[in-house]
Design a protein around this ligand. Structure first.
Ligand SMILES: Nc1ncnc2c1ncn2[C@@H]1O[C@H](COP(=O)(O)OP(=O)(O)OP(=O)(O)O)[C@@H](O)[C@H]1O
Length: 294
């Protein structure tokens, strides 16, 4: 085994002892600000840095993640919940270290399962620990209860907004809804997408940071920005994520910066630590508890 691989195995072992997969909910409030685009390209950036990442398409209405890859998987989480498929059978490998977990409809059905079936489902979900260090949950638009539920159940929330004033307002609205429902102050990262410039992104971020701190007592960590870049649209048209289609475009460079910032890989020397969260079982249990509170 190569020295680098040995180091990676060692870090994975440490992670197993310390905890489990780290879960991140990607949400925005307003639709169309680039959540799916960010989730997919961030996952690919992390995968190429050696962090095994799973993207769960948690948009209960419209599945978008698959479309970004130009693929249409036959099975989704609904088939796992109904017992027709194993979770490992619906995971789609899209690149080394990167998997897509098609959500489809049916997540809400989880709450209606009897206790025995819920326990079985949690066991089934536990198999995700074998595939990933990180679970990114791409959610739909709006400030729906299901999105707040994902945000509270996960270890961390990644908030995305564009410079559009209505998007900023809805982003704050979602943060407020999460803070009102969460028992403790959540770990929250902020990303400004489709920014005209670094200056514009930093100004928006600083306004949101002040408001979140003063009115919600939440520390918003600025994770970075993605410039508005025509390569993003072009990549969507050909069904190839922009970080693969054009790794040197402005948007790709911004996503790599964000990956380094959120996962503490600010220097070029490689991965120091594999992210560790509370694990998939804890996530599932919190999710079920929140779903039952509807
Ligand atoms: N940085 C960017 N530069 C230019 N266009 C972008 C950028 N980010 C996203 N877009 C475009 O904005 C549109 C919406 O992106 P995306 O589908 O990722 O948003 P979303 O927030 O997931 O939407 P929804 O809320 O409907 O799920 C897409 O056409 C995408 O190509």
């Amino acid at each position: 085994m190569k020295k680098k691989d040995q180091a990676f195995e060692l870090r994975n072992l440490k992670r197993k002892i310390a905890g489990g997969i780290k879960t991140y909910t990607v949400a925005s409030g307003k639709g169309g600000v680039g959540k799916t685009s960010l989730s997919v390209n961030l996952a690919l950036a992390l995968g190429s840095m050696g962090i095994r990442t799973i993207v769960l398409d948690g948009d209960l209405g419209l599945a978008n993640v698959d479309v970004m890859f130009g693929m249409y998987p036959k099975y989704h989480l609904g088939h796992v919940i109904s017992g027709e498929k194993k979770l490992s059978e619906i995971l789609v490998s899209v690149q080394e270290n990167v998997y897509i977990l098609p959500g489809g409809t049916g997540l809400q059905d989880m709450a209606d399962l009897d206790m025995t079936k819920q326990v079985k489902l949690i066991e089934e979900f536990s198999s995700l620990e074998e595939y990933g260090n990180v679970l990114l949950i791409d959610t739909g638009a709006g400030i729906h209860r299901s999105i707040v539920v994902f945000a509270i159940a996960s270890d961390s929330l990644i908030l995305v907004t564009s410079p559009d004033p209505t998007a900023i307002r809805d982003c704050y609205g979602l943060l407020k809804a999460v803070s009102l429902s969460a028992a403790a102050s959540p770990e929250v990262y902020l990303i400004i997408n489709m920014a005209k410039s670094n200056k514009e992104a930093l100004e928006i971020a600083s306004r949101l940071q002040y408001t979140a701190r003063d009115f919600l007592d939440i520390n918003l960590n600025m994770a970075g920005y993605i410039l508005r870049d025509p390569h993003v649209e072009e990549a969507v048209k050909i069904g190839i994520p922009f970080i693969i289609a054009d790794p040197n475009c402005e948007a790709s460079k911004c996503v790599i910066q964000i990956a380094r910032k959120i996962f503490n890989l600010e220097n070029e020397e490689g991965i120091e630590e594999v992210p560790t969260g509370r694990g998939i079982k804890a996530f599932c249990m919190r999710l079920l508890r929140q779903l039952q509170l509807r």
